[in-house]
Design a protein around this ligand. Structure first.
Ligand code: C2E
Ligand code: MG
Ligand code: MG
Ligand code: MG
Length: 288
């Protein structure tokens, strides 16, 4: 009996491994056609200024409708796009489409785009960005590039060179998921980001965890002293919003105010000048 159970477990484990490899293979090959087949969709999530309540940035977030596997999360396909090299084509597509959308938004609303380390290092990024800006008429100061601390992990001088080249175009540089990347603070001396996004994991327990409160306050003070804007991501509750406000965080992003939206809804929100209270009210009305 026990022996049988054990054997069944081994068999089902073997099958699930096989299925996992099959899925990874399907995703990797599918990624090569995703752009050409028009399977990618861009969503935009608003980031609100705490003080005025207004939308100041919209972050472009990729979605993929796979013909047989259905919707696939970027958490799953971005790492595979990075390891197979398709990330570059996907990112250039994203830059083009997102700039096109943002060109229709009010002048004081910025666009944020996520950039993988592999794309930063490839060297074609500054040209791709400049071409998109010229084509759409979006000004460089309205475009932000979000990167994680991984850009500092191996202290690569080529990476530093690329960062400076992008900043010279006039783009704003944002450090995403701050506090999760195992990198040292010393890089903040040599390369100045314009903005820091505190990782969602620090906001999750902010209402109850003294540790999270201390970390968020300290990071906010540091950012302020270094003239960097500070954003909190993953705000899901009123309590988290209140803590962010009390800690002196400038901008907030999260499901409490708005999930990522279609380009049509996002454009409508910025044109109607939706504020934090209006966004929260609209969400709770929808949820009944
Ligand atoms: P990220 O850049 O840190 O983006 C924020 C993620 O948190 C998004 O997930 C967003 O939907 C989610 N989020 C926002 N507010 C809340 C909240 O209140 N609660 C919770 N639980 N989640 C919230 P998404 O869209 O699934 O994207 C995941 C990650 O995939 C992104 O993390 C980013 O690293 C990557 N990604 C997405 N689009 C792109 C892209 O175009 N290029 C690259 N290189 N990476 C991308
Ligand atoms: Mg991001
Ligand atoms: Mg983030
Ligand atoms: Mg994140």
């Amino acid at each position: 009996e026990a022996k049988n159970k054990g054997r069944n477990r081994v068999v089902s484990f073997a099958w699930s491994m096989k299925e996992r490899f099959h899925r990874i293979h399907e995703i990797e090959t599918g990624l090569r056609r995703a752009v050409a087949n028009d399977e990618l969709v861009l969503k935009f999530q608003p980031i609100f200024e705490v003080k005025s309540g207004r939308i100041v940035i919209c972050e472009a977030l990729l979605r993929w409708n796979h013909p047989t596997l259905g919707q696939i999360s970027p958490v799953e396909f971005i790492p595979l796009a990075e390891s197979t090299g398709t990330i570059e084509e996907i990112t250039h597509w994203t830059i083009d489409r997102a700039c096109e959308a943002a060109a229709h938004w009010p002048e004081d609303v910025r666009l944020a785009i996520n950039i993988s380390l592999a794309v930063l290092n490839s060297g074609a990024l500054p040209t791709a960005v400049i071409e998109a800006l010229v084509k759409t008429g979006l000004s460089a100061r309205r475009l932000e590039l979000e990167m994680t601390e991984s850009v500092f992990l191996d202290d690569d001088s080529h990476t530093q060179h690329m960062l400076k080249a992008l900043q010279q175009i006039g783009l704003r540089m944002v450090l995403d998921d701050f506090g999760t990347g195992y990198s040292s603070l010393s890089y903040l001396r040599s390369y100045r980001f314009d903005s820091i996004k505190i990782d969602r994991s620090f906001m999750t327990g902010i209402a109850t965890s003294r540790e999270d409160q201390a970390i968020v306050r300290a990071v906010t003070l540091m950012a302020e002293a270094l003239d960097m804007e500070i954003v909190a991501e993953g705000i899901e509750t009123h309590e988290q919003l209140d803590y962010a406000r009390d800690a002196g965080i400038h901008n907030v992003q999260g499901f409490l105010m708005s999930e990522p939206q279609s380009v049509a809804v996002m454009t409508d929100m910025v044109l109607r000048n939706v504020t934090i209270p209006a966004a929260i009210a609209a969400k709770s009305a929808r949820n009944g």
